[in-house]
Design a protein around this ligand. Structure first.
Ligand SMILES: Cc1cc2nc3c(=O)[nH]c(=O)nc-3n(C[C@H](O)[C@H](O)[C@H](O)COP(=O)(O)O)c2cc1C
Ligand code: SF4
Ligand code: SF4
Length: 265
């Protein structure tokens, strides 16, 4: 992407994402890379933000969240509340698995505004569904990438054209009150292929996997994020059982028709 990058001189870009299956990081990173190669990156899966992160007026914040049941992952909210803007420009991104993003983008924009940010652009992009990977398989694809780049370009043009004080509040798709937070009742589990490497225990953001026996998941703590499945080197951790198999087929039948990215700039 080298020569296509649009540098905003002397202005720091901060990238924040939560991405258990990697697609949100990919999309958020692609957008952020268009603005700066030397950016400050916070991957919330690896490390929560526990101290205030001050963002100055001239900086740019780019936040990417996956959609979980029409909302942003609630586990990220304390970290996002530690972002402190000073009328700082922000780009909000949600990534969803071709079903719907419902109130997630609005929720993210509302939160960022409450934290002192001005939303320059907000986009909802589609990626392979992390629970049902046969849906939106291998997205974002080339068509998506073109749209992600177009969205980035539109945000940049707007930032160049108008001072932050002149930006009008964007109308973002979604409803107040947001839809209720629900727990997805499907939880991954280990099996006898487990070699006790501990990778899943280490990556799990909710400490739901038993350190002594990683085949066991605490379903009350698990948020079904799929990070453990991604890191498991033996394929031991998976969604299993007839309920999952039935849901997988039904989900594919209902939501396999391709959706396209939407944005508000
Ligand atoms: C717990 C959970 C809930 C999800 N809820 C939705 C949803 O409401 N709508 C949707 O289209 N996709 C949904 N998905 C799919 C993810 O939003 C999608 O796969 C996203 O790309 C995952 O991001 P990641 O790869 O960064 O983890 C859900 C996935 C998980 C794990
Ligand atoms: S056990 Fe649940 S919360 Fe922990 S990484 Fe696996 S899916 Fe995510
Ligand atoms: S990552 Fe896989 S192999 Fe390693 S401890 Fe977890 S379930 Fe076992």
């Amino acid at each position: 992407m080298g020569d296509k990058r649009i540098e905003r001189k002397n202005e720091l870009v901060k990238q924040i994402d939560f991405s258990p299956a990697g697609t949100t990081q990919k999309i958020t990173g692609r957008i952020a890379a268009r603005f700066s190669k030397d950016r400050e990156i916070y991957h919330l899966l690896r490390k929560k933000i526990t101290e205030p992160v001050i963002c100055k007026e001239k900086e740019l914040l780019i936040v990417g969240m996956p959609v979980y049941a029409g909302r942003i992952p609630q586990i990220c909210i304390p970290s996002l509340r530690n972002l402190k803007g000073t009328n700082t420009a922000a780009i909000a991104v949600v990534v969803y698995g071709n079903r719907e993003y419902e109130d997630a983008l609005l929720e993210l924009c509302d939160l960022l505004r409450e934290q002192g940010f001005v939303i320059v652009g907000a986009g909802a992009f589609i990626a392979q569904h992390s629970i049902f990977p046969n849906v939106a398989k291998e997205r974002p694809d080339q068509e998506d990438q073109k749209k992600i780049d177009l969205f980035s370009k539109k945000c940049m043009e707007k930032l160049r054209k108008y001072p932050i004080s002149e930006l009008k509040p964007l109308q973002i798709k979604g409803n107040h009150p947001y839809q209720e937070v629900i727990d997805i009742p499907l939880k991954p589990m280990g099996n006898k292929k487990c070699n006790f490497c501990g990778s899943c225990v280490h990556v799990c953001p909710t400490h739901a996997i038993n350190r002594d026996n990683p085949r066991i998941t605490d379903n009350k703590k698990c948020i079904s994020c799929t990070a453990c499945i991604q890191v498991c080197p033996t394929g031991a951790r998976k969604f299993r059982g007839s309920v999952y198999q039935v849901a997988r087929i039904a989900f594919w039948k209902k939501y396999s028709q391709r959706k396209e990215p939407e944005w508000f700039v």
